[in-house]
Design a protein around this ligand. Structure first.
Ligand code: ZN
Length: 344
């Protein structure tokens, strides 16, 4: 099969398109013919090399996919060959204390497709049957590939971890990124009465307003923390969604209301912000970590997508041969929504 391959860690020069033997599904596994795969920040981290996560080369990256079921391993039922599916990219053991409690994304042996095992930027991928879900029928292959990882991450952050309630206010940093684009929609869906987003791009701020944001702040020209306090009568917002890290953390703490919740799923600008501990205890903030999502959360998200209450946002579509250009587009930070790779 044709596949995107990492030959080692590094920049885009380590990425090529080559050939690998077709994977064979073992017991309980499904082989999917991938039609479209979406990129995530994770793919950049995997390419660059993640400390403590050794990978074998050549490595097929990619966590998100829409495709058709092509072959079933022994014991797999409930799927028809040819059925169009999407993949839940988190793999869990099913038997540890967290899996038994339904907290599959806290699994002690948690793996992500394309990070710990061969991913979706290939004509074929083999995954456990538990990770295979019917694709919402109204979506194109590209749209269906564009929601699983990022929207599931946003779902857990807002619905489960921060537990946004109707009438609350939410700040989402860095609109245009995959997670933040879905976080905006899920904040709306949760009944938030005020959703504020930030960006350093006029075009992204405009698109965010069309996607449902109430206020779009340009972080190049305003002090986001101070401006959010001003917009809320010095109260601050109930929930801050921060996937940016070092560059936004101080603004997150400033923007949060007393007893507010700051939820983080990443640190694209760096992991070590200057922490203002006094703000945390004085305002009695809750700092919530979150990553990926559980099967139950994925089910709820998929239902919301099916009902068109969460809309996949596709930035640009590339073909597999142009996978380097797709990575470059993601890395440029210029996109709004998900970069998708079509696999004809
Ligand atoms: Zn487990």
């Amino acid at each position: 099969m044709k596949a995107a391959l990492l030959s080692r860690h590094g920049g885009n020069e380590v990425l090529s398109v080559g050939s690998l033997p077709d994977p064979v599904p073992g017991p309980g596994e499904v082989r999917v013919r991938v039609l479209a795969a979406a990129l995530n920040r994770l793919d950049l981290f995997v390419r660059n090399g993640i400390p403590g996560v050794p990978i074998e080369f050549p490595h097929v990256p990619g966590a998100d996919a829409c495709g058709r079921v092509e072959a079933l391993g022994a014991g797999v039922t409930g799927f028809a060959v040819g059925e169009r599916v999407v993949l839940q990219p988190g793999l869990s053991c099913g038997s540890c204390e967290f899996c038994r409690a339904g907290e599959t994304c806290l699994c002690v042996d948690f793996e992500i497709l394309g990070e710990h095992r061969s991913g979706t930027l290939a004509e074929r991928v083999v995954v456990p049957a538990a990770n295979v879900w019917k694709a919402p029928a109204h979506l194109t292959n590209e749209e269906a590939a564009a929601f699983p990882l990022a929207a599931m991450t946003a779902w857990r952050m807002l619905v489960t971890r921060a537990a946004v309630r109707p009438g609350e206010s939410v700040l989402v940093h860095g609109i245009g990124g995959g997670v933040s684009t879905y976080a905006l929609q899920i904040a709306r869906l949760s009944g938030a009465s005020l959703v504020i987003v930030t960006s350093g791009s006029d075009e992204k701020l405009e698109r965010a307003l069309k996607l449902g944001a109430d206020v779009a702040l340009d972080y190049r020209s305003v002090d986001v923390g101070r401006k959010v306090r001003e917009l809320t009568g010095k109260r601050g917002v109930d929930v801050v969604v921060d996937s940016v890290g070092a560059a936004t953390w101080r603004a997150s703490l400033t923007a949060a209301a007393k007893k507010g919740r700051v939820v983080t799923c990443g640190a694209t600008s760096g992991p070590n912000p200057e922490e203002e501990i006094r703000i945390i205890f004085w305002k009695q903030l809750s700092i919530l970590g979150s990553t990926m999502g559980t099967d139950a959360e994925f089910r709820a998200l998929r239902d919301a997508v099916e009902k068109r209450r969460v809309l996949p946002v596709v930035d640009e579509v590339f073909v597999l041969d142009d996978v380097r250009a797709a990575y470059a587009r993601l890395e440029s930070g210029k996109g709004f929504g998900k970069v998708v790779v079509r696999i004809p």
